[in-house]
Ligand binder design. Structure first.
Ligand code: FAD
Length: 446
């Protein structure tokens, strides 16, 4: 019998925890590297922000979390939860969770999840992975086209020496909401007001009496605009789509305007020719970039700002699938998808499931890329799933013989989306259907 596989998991946020759980479930004993002192990743709120409010200075003091003080989830907890571990403790002992929990409640939930599945003993806190280097089956530095045998993981602890260890597989779960994407707008450098990215936004009181323009009409832009509008003298949300010129349903205190074309002193010139005068604050809610600084082997995987490639099923390195990326999707319901991806990665790692050969994996990755380009999708959105997430989840379930996510999940998702579109301010208190009972049961019994 061959010895059990040694597996490294990088990150103990929701994706890393799900991966650790699924690897354990498959009989493995992973080592989890976590740079911070505690688990939870994004959900570990901190008042601290980066030393550069736009996060562009490479020498800035860095902060992992982008969480802001008043954040409540934008998904109801029954939809958001891992399928095998609902927020409510089984047996109905704890029914005190709000339907849309606050960030600290999500952190409590993740801690309970880790406790329930005994994940903490696997985690090495304050341990940062610096490099992940592929080795060939003889233990020498990998060169294409040989197979990857193992991965040499180099990690450091504060004040400690670095340590090198070999692993048969590595799951990258380092998150992708920490490195801001800041569009370059002409004239920005001469702007006399404050510019910051939502990564460094914490509380609306900081904007009392100011004229604030938020860039970006997605979840964070809208959510932050709503709370800022309670304190700011004027709040404008700048979007690229047809919402410009209308008001956000339920949010009369927010004006929606066209995309920003350029700065002109302290004014902003809009793409439709409009102008916003005497702006105090520009808040960039313009998303994040992918960054995997510890993997530096472009012949295996390229990490661009907007996507990572070539990947098989958006999950495995197509060249060396013992390197997995759990949690890359954007505009998804994250936790249940992480669970599916983690279970798929665990199944391949133990050998319970096999993948097509390298040529076929690369061919499929290329053909998917071509299809996205043909559809006019820019690279930055290749890993954005939105409506595609349901078909993707089904595909994973089918490929790896996992419990599929039932239609009630998609139905509830659409009900939440509709409620949010109709009333971005109050949708969390709208009456919404609950997931059918058979939803969690399907995952449990599988
Ligand atoms: P993270 O939570 O970022 O965890 C990554 C972990 O990896 C961190 O702990 C980090 O310290 C560690 N790490 C990174 N690099 C290294 C290294 N080199 N060595 C060791 N450790 C490392 N999702 C929802 O489902 N509902 C919501 O309402 C919701 N709201 C959100 C609001 C905001 C403002 C943001 C930013 C995200 C929100 N999300 C929401 C998405 C959320 O990010 C995901 O749900 C999920 O928490 C991401 O988990 P992750 O494990 O992929 O990444």
């Amino acid at each position: 019998m061959s010895p059990p596989k040694r597996v490294a998991v990088i990150g103990a946020g929701a994706a890393g925890l799900a991966t650790t759980r699924q690897l354990k479930r498959a009989g493995l004993s992973p080592v989890v590297f976590e740079a911070e002192a505690t688990l939870g990743g994004t959900w570990v709120y901190s008042d601290e922000t980066e030393s550069d409010p736009l996060s562009m200075d490479p020498r800035r003091r860095r902060v992992h979390t982008s969480m802001y003080r008043n954040l409540r989830t934008n998904l109801p907890r029954d939809l958001m939860a891992f399928r095998e571990y609902p927020f409510d403790v089984r047996g109905g002992a704890d029914t005190s969770w709000p339907r849309f929990p606050a960030h600290e409640e999500v952190l409590t939930y993740l801690r309970r999840y880790a406790e329930h599945f005994d994940l903490q003993p696997h985690i090495r806190f304050r341990t940062t992975v610096e490099t992940v280097v592929p080795l060939d089956p003889d233990g020498d530095r990998w060169t294409d086209p040989s197979d990857v045998g193992t991965w040499l993981v180099c990690s450091t602890r504060p004040g400690g020496a670095s340590e090198e260890e070999q692993f048969d597989a590595v799951a990258v779960c380092n998150g992708h909401f920490s490195v801001p994407n800041v569009p370059d707008l002409p004239g920005a450098a001469a702007f006399g007001g404050v510019r910051l990215h939502s990564h460094n936004y914490r509380q609306p009181e900081d904007f009392a009496g100011k004229r604030v323009v938020l860039l970006g009409g997605r979840a964070s832009g809208i959510d932050i605009a709503i709370e800022v509008a309670e304190f700011a003298s004027r709040t404008l949300l700048s979007v690229r789509d047809a919402r410009a010129g209308r008001s956000l349903p339920g949010c009369e205190d927010i004006s929606v305007c066209a995309a920003i074309d350029r700065f002109d002193g302290n004014d902003l010139v809009l793409a439709d020719g409009g102008r916003i005068e005497a702006v105090d604050v520009v808040l960039y809610c313009t998303g994040y970039r992918y960054a995997v600084p510890f993997v530096n082997e472009p012949a295996i995987v390229c990490v661009d700002d907007g996507w990572i490639h070539p990947l098989y099923l958006d999950l495995f390195s197509a060249v060396a699938p013992s390197l997995g990326f759990i949690g890359l999707g954007n505009m998804i319901i994250p936790f249940p998808q992480y669970e599916l991806q983690a279970a798929a990665f665990a199944a391949v790692t133990t050998g319970a499931k096999s993948l097509p050969d390298r040529m076929e994996r690369e061919r499929l990755a290329r053909s998917r890329e071509r299809a996205l380009r043909r559809a006019g999708t820019s690279e930055r959105y290749f890993l954005t799933q939105g409506e595609r997430q349901f078909a993707y989840n089904d595909l994973l379930a089918k490929h790896f013989d996992l419990a599929p996510i039932t239609p009630s999940f998609e139905k509830l998702h659409h009900a939440v989306e509709d409620a949010r579109a109709n009333d971005a301010k109050h949708y969390r208190s709208h009456p919404l259907p609950w997931l059918d009972d058979d939803y969690e049961r399907a995952a449990e019994t599988h």
